[in-house]
Write a protein that binds this ligand. Sequence first.
Ligand SMILES: *[C@@H]1O[C@H](CO)[C@@H](O)[C@H](O)[C@H]1NC(C)=O
Ligand SMILES: *[C@@H]1O[C@H](CO)[C@@H](O)[C@H](O)[C@H]1NC(C)=O
Length: 359
Amino acid sequence: FLTFFCLLFSFFVYFCAGAEHESVLCCSEENLRIIVPLEDIDTQEKSTVSFSCKVNRLNATLKWLKAGEEVSFSKFVVYRVDKHKHTLTVKDCTLADEGEYTAVAGDSKSTAELVISEAPTDFSVHLKDQTITEFEDAEFTCKLTKEKANVKWYRNGREIREGPRYSIICTLRIKECRPDDECEYACGVDEKRSRARLFVEGELLQVLLYDIEEPKLDVDSSYSNNVVVMAGEVFKLEANVTGRPIPSLVWTKEEKELEDTAKIEIKSSDFHTTLINKDSLRRDGGAFTLTASNPGGFAKFTFNVKVLDRPGPPDSLTVTDVTAEKCVLNWLHPTHDGGAKIEYFIIQRRETSRLTRFK
Ligand SMILES: *[C@@H]1O[C@H](CO)[C@@H](O)[C@H](O)[C@H]1NC(C)=O
Ligand SMILES: *[C@@H]1O[C@H](CO)[C@@H](O)[C@H](O)[C@H]1NC(C)=O
């Protein structure tokens, strides 16, 4: 019996050691409590911030309070659990989100403050917060309004030197992100700085308190036919998007991802996207595919656009077998048909000595 007990005991110890993770013990009968507290956050309007804490047990659900009142979750206030780590994310902060936030785990509590300052208006650089998955590379790009500015990068306030994990030009690239890369990054020109936070999510992310909803695209029925415009005109493609979490949207043409440029304007918000092509040329036509994806799946829609224009000249004209009475002409279809099927060609002839033509 003693042997059996010893075996059982050592098996239990082994099980505990095996389940130990991130230096947090899982098997103790301890009360649920917070072992890594929340930290204060100082940010600017319109940024996204996250309060995180760790608890001593898996599968716990915490209560979140703001100024003593229970937080209600929404599209802008999201609660996530990744193993022991509990995160409350406040997206697109407004001054009203400022205050004291508390995480409650059983009898234990942790409180931190969110301080929001107004976004400066005359700023020459602007960084955006981003969330990536562990081991991906993160990239911050500063858009400068001044040329040849002396740009410096900061991580949690300390200047970053270029090294094996950081490559810097106007873009800060952080290779193979780990959870401890999750912090504030800033880009500075002279005395001004723009700050953004990087969020690194573990791959086994458990999303709590909302159901996953597959993306859906709602497109006006007129787009089921070809979109036909004349050369020089503008065409606009648009769709409404639904899904939870908010789907990411990609526009592609001939397998290439399209970007917002002077020629093609792409504007996407959480639930809507538009693509506007200005001053259309024949070659701007084609199949434009919109893909919306989230962890629940993806949805696709293809818009077919025709830009009507004059066809190009016939290709590779050759003249052979020339005699006094006849000759043989050979040619190929033009490269550009102008957006419609070519039905016939016109051949004209004139005497070398005259200016008028005969058909
Ligand atoms: C956590 O919950 C999941 C799903 O409910 C369950 O499969 C798993 O065994 C739980 N883990 C622990 C340590 O309780
Ligand atoms: C897209 O959403 C807008 C605003 O909610 C609505 O007016 C419009 O009819 C929607 N379009 C389609 C194609 O669903």
